[in-house]
Design a protein around this ligand. Sequence first.
Ligand SMILES: Cc1cc2nc3c(=O)[nH]c(=O)nc-3n(C[C@H](O)[C@H](O)[C@H](O)COP(=O)(O)O)c2cc1C
Length: 440
Amino acid sequence: MNRVVHRWTSLPGTRFARDAEGHVWAVGARRQRLGPAEPALLAALRSLSTEDGDGLLGLPAPLDVLHGGGWLGVEVSCDGKPLLAEFPLGGVPLPAHVDPPRPPGPARLSRFAVLRRDGDVFVMESPRARSTVRIASAAVLDVVIDPDSTALPEPVRAAVLDRLAAAGFLGGPDEEADFRLRQWGPHELWFHARSRWGGGASADPVGPSTWARDVFAPLPSQHAAVPGESRIALAAPDRPATALGALLDERVSVRAHDDARPLTLAVFGEFLHRCARVRRTMIYDDVEYTARPYPSGGTAYELEIYPVVRLVEGLAPGLYRYEPHDHELVVLPGVDPGICDELLRQAAVTAMAAEPPQVLLLVAARFGRMLWRYEGMGYATTLKNVGALYQTMYLVATEMGLGPCALGNSDPRLLAQAAGLDPLVEGTVGEFLIGSRVRP
Ligand SMILES: Cc1cc2nc3c(=O)[nH]c(=O)nc-3n(C[C@H](O)[C@H](O)[C@H](O)COP(=O)(O)O)c2cc1C
């Protein structure tokens, strides 16, 4: 028979609830309002777990909103035997250019794909894929390892490979020939995708979940004494602190800004100039290098600053790029203001602040500046460079009497969408709040 059936299913752990106003919600790791509890929607939700669709086109229209929100998976079976299940990573729909095209040439597994055991099934994940695939049959595993395998009859083998290709698990010659892909070590792209918000490569939580509370004891703040160690007391400085010493003592994170007296364009410009301008350029071994106020591993200076402005006197709200060579703000065209609002809103949540910041500085990396030269440690060096920039911004802001605060994450897809960035080429690796400081 070899009849391949695709069945829509809800993401594991999802439940559907009706609120007092009669709206239906999808509830899982996050929540989404689906719409009024009308019979068509309720019937479509019921069909998820009970009815076989006759192929991927069988998605009932009321479920579009669920599909777009990343709540639906698809189970593929053949003659009643499960082959695999594909689950989206959830969150904001990926921009179109992230969608991997079907690689040319013979099918083969991407060099970024990883196969691992999860309980009783094998799970396949990749930082280039938009979903996780759970493999339910040894014959599918054979096809994953050897796409020419005869473990599955031909139409079934083709259906499995089609699903893997659509999900982004197959790689082509471009993984070696295209610099955008070749520059990434698999572990580096994995780390980048899995440690950022936005469902990069896994649906696993990313953030301060305090998962270990009640399971493991927290570590004390001080290093444990080693048996047999001895200690040498150090004298505290007995001369007045230097200007830098005083700044270091004064530095704190400030999460609320004074909207009655906001940042001005002149002050914001001074801050950027003192933190991040290009001091000079030079050529070495046919490669352009620059000097700037903060240090940079490999002199790569791969970091770009994208200010998302809510309130700066003399500067319209919106998204800009700081051009450090000429000390200018580049006005990015056609940016959806809704994305800026969402970025500012997320920043407030991350900082646990009542109001969005006056300015959110998104720090993006032009990965190729670093990865062109460094193998295996390039991405790690970029993150260290973010730390060097953060401390420079903290100290300059403190000296200028401004309110600075580093942040730990944002959804990189929002900047990618707003600024039209290819996430393999340039993407968010840091975020920092800046604004006028409330005076006592
Ligand atoms: C890499 C990094 C990430 C941070 N992420 C956040 C964050 O997401 N939210 C937040 O409110 N503060 C964040 N902070 C600020 C720290 O919470 C803060 O530095 C720490 O509590 C020490 O306080 P202080 O900076 O006032 O001395 C971050 C700081 C750093 C260096």
